[in-house]
Design a protein around this ligand. Structure first.
Ligand code: DAT
Ligand code: MG
Length: 149
């Protein structure tokens, strides 16, 4: 199976009307949308998603933020999508994110950085299983050979 990553537009991104912009950047790059839902998550679910960070001092503030409104959860697929997705998103702290990245173009503070992306193939597998227990949608783009050689 082609590589997949988990991408989530955080509550600030939804509130600010950045959903279309984010989807557009991944689509235009040539990645394929394999899962998409808008939902509010429970605190326990957000804590599970960020369980690796549970010892961090910012953990409870991070969870407050993620449950503060609906998020858009997505599966994106394509060659090197995990690493390339992180590049499209930009550095964690928007003060360090390059212009041209999502966080570089649309965010100011680390606690309002608009978007999440899996940091490795292993975390992508775990995050997709958590957010999409039903699995990805099954479709193939008819443009594939115009994007991949
Ligand atoms: P990323 O989202 O780039 O993968 P991460 O996994 O290290 O970054 O942290 C998850 C989120 O937690 C991040 O998007 C914003 C928040 N965060 C990280 N480090 C922080 C810090 N030092 N202070 C406040 N929030 C932080
Ligand atoms: Mg992370």
């Amino acid at each position: 199976m082609a590589e997949q990553t988990f991408i989530m537009i955080k509550p600030d991104g939804v509130q600010r009307g950045l959903v279309g912009e984010v989807i557009s950047r991944f689509e235009k790059k040539g990645f394929y949308l394999k899962g998409l839902k808008l939902q509010n998550v429970e605190r326990a679910f957000a804590e599970k998603h960020y369980s690796d960070l549970s010892a961090k001092p910012f953990f409870s503030g991070l969870v407050d933020y993620i449950v503060s409104g609906p998020v858009v959860a997505m599966i994106w697929e394509g060659k090197n999508v995990v690493l390339t997705g992180r590049k499209i998103i930009g550095a964690t702290n928007p003060a360090q994110s390059e212009p041209g990245t999502i966080r570089g173009d649309f965010a100011i503070d680390i606690g309002r950085n608009v978007i999440h992306g899996s940091d490795s193939v292993e975390s992508a597998t775990k995050e997709i299983a958590l957010w999409f227990p039903e699995g990805p949608a099954n479709w193939q783009s008819s443009l594939h050979s115009w994007i991949y050689e």
